[in-house]
Design a protein around this ligand. Structure first.
Ligand code: KG4
Ligand code: ZN
Length: 364
């Protein structure tokens, strides 16, 4: 008989406080309960996540999240096999809030403690949702992350490339701010772009002229700012049509870059000899229809299956941390009460450090 493992997971590395209980039985993962308390409203007036406000809110909410998932499942802490917690990378005050809470629960209930890399949580989610076998190719693309990974095992990641400055979600959010659209900007920019002409403004395709899978999005923000200012200088303001064209041009540039870099990442991954090649994408930006269409096209061209976890599991949550905890539990990878919270924690220990730590925390 296969083993049954039940794990309580905690997440607090950015602007979502979350807890979840996930169970593995018959080799399948099941989310028994998941609670996410977002902080968008707390940070709205500052134009980005304020680390001190985030940390305080995590301290206030994390116990509540744990209580919610315990009462939703009716399970006592003694029914858990371990407590898993995001131990980095992220905003250090928030990560500390989660790690301290997990240490308290582990000590109080006599449970093993498992420190999880937040990026591993995202990267392993397709195994929880779709039972993907290793190795698969992963693109993490969100407000805080952008990297291509070959996932060979729960603790075995090869980074093929990533952003050297901003994450695409940050660029979408900034674009929305520059054009007077609400936050979060991604869905607003996508909506406006539907009525726009992507060819009216010639936005750059950063780093396409360089080999490899690294990406850059900060120059695109500047290009958008310049294009906006040029229209305002000429006409005295922006019409709805101008806004739509700016959004369409900006979105097309991001989609083109992600599509071409995915083509290169796929070639590198296929060189790895996977028997059932799959490309999985996660992160809030994966919700974008134009970007998704580009990624699906390259997968189709290269004979790869394309998969994306449901959006609630693509964005920050604790079910992914509990699941990554289950994967580590099976390998016997436990931590002691000396587990440290880490602001930076690259998944691929052999890859050179990525530059940049955006508004949502460290990227690698
Ligand atoms: O994964 P996620 O929830 O989290 C963090 O990074 O914490 O991603 C949020 C990001 C935001 O920047 C948001 O603007 C972007 O994902 N996003 C989108 C879309 N929906 C959300 N970007 C482009 N198009 C969308 N439809
Ligand atoms: Zn995340």
């Amino acid at each position: 008989m296969s083993e049954t493992i039940t794990i309580l997971g905690l997440e607090s590395s950015c602007d979502d406080t979350a807890a979840a209980i996930v169970r593995l039985s018959d080799d399948r993962g099941e989310i028994l309960a998941s609670s996410v308390h977002g902080q968008t409203a707390l940070h709205a007036e500052f134009g980005g996540v304020v680390p001190e406000i985030a940390a305080r809110a995590h301290v206030e909410k994390i116990d509540l999240c744990v209580e919610e998932v315990l009462s939703a499942t009716g399970l006592p802490l003694s029914a858990m096999d371990a407590v898993a917690v995001t131990a980095g990378p992220g905003l250090i005050g928030g990560v500390l809030a989660g790690v301290m809470c997990a240490k308290g629960i582990a000590a109080g209930a006599g449970l093993p403690l498992i420190g999880v890399n937040h990026l591993a949580g995202h990267a392993l989610t397709p195994r929880l949702t779709d039972g993907l076998p290793f190795p698969y190719l992963m693109l993490l693309v969100s407000g805080g992350h952008c990297q291509f990974l070959i996932v060979d095992g729960p603790d075995d990641f090869t980074r093929l490339g990533g952003t050297i400055d901003d994450a695409p979600g940050e660029a979408f959010d900034k674009t929305a701010r520059l054009l007077g659209l609400p936050q979060p900007g991604g869905p607003e920019v996508e909506r406006a772009a539907k009525a726009g002409d992507p060819a009216r403004f010639a936005f750059p395709r950063p780093l396409l002229d360089r080999p490899g899978c690294d990406l850059s999005f900060s120059g695109l923000k500047t290009a958008l700012l310049r294009a906006r200012d040029a229209v305002v200088a000429e006409k005295g303001g922006l019409t709805t049509g101008d806004r739509a064209d700016l959004c369409a041009g900006f979105q097309a540039a991001i989609a083109d870059v992600l599509t071409e870099k995915s083509r290169r990442a796929i070639a590198a991954y296929l060189g790895h000899g996977p028997s059932d090649p799959v490309f999985a994408v996660a992160g809030g930006v994966a919700a974008n229809g134009a970007i998704r269409a580009g990624l699906e096209t390259v997968c189709h061209e290269s004979g790869l299956r394309f998969t994306a976890p449901p959006l609630a599991l693509c964005t920050d949550n604790a079910a992914m941390i509990a699941w990554a905890g289950i994967e580590r539990f099976r390998l016997g990878l436990f931590d002691g009460s000396d587990l440290v919270a880490r602001p930076r924690w690259p998944l691929d220990r052999t890859a050179p450090a990525l530059l940049g730590a955006g508004k949502k925390g460290a990227k690698a």
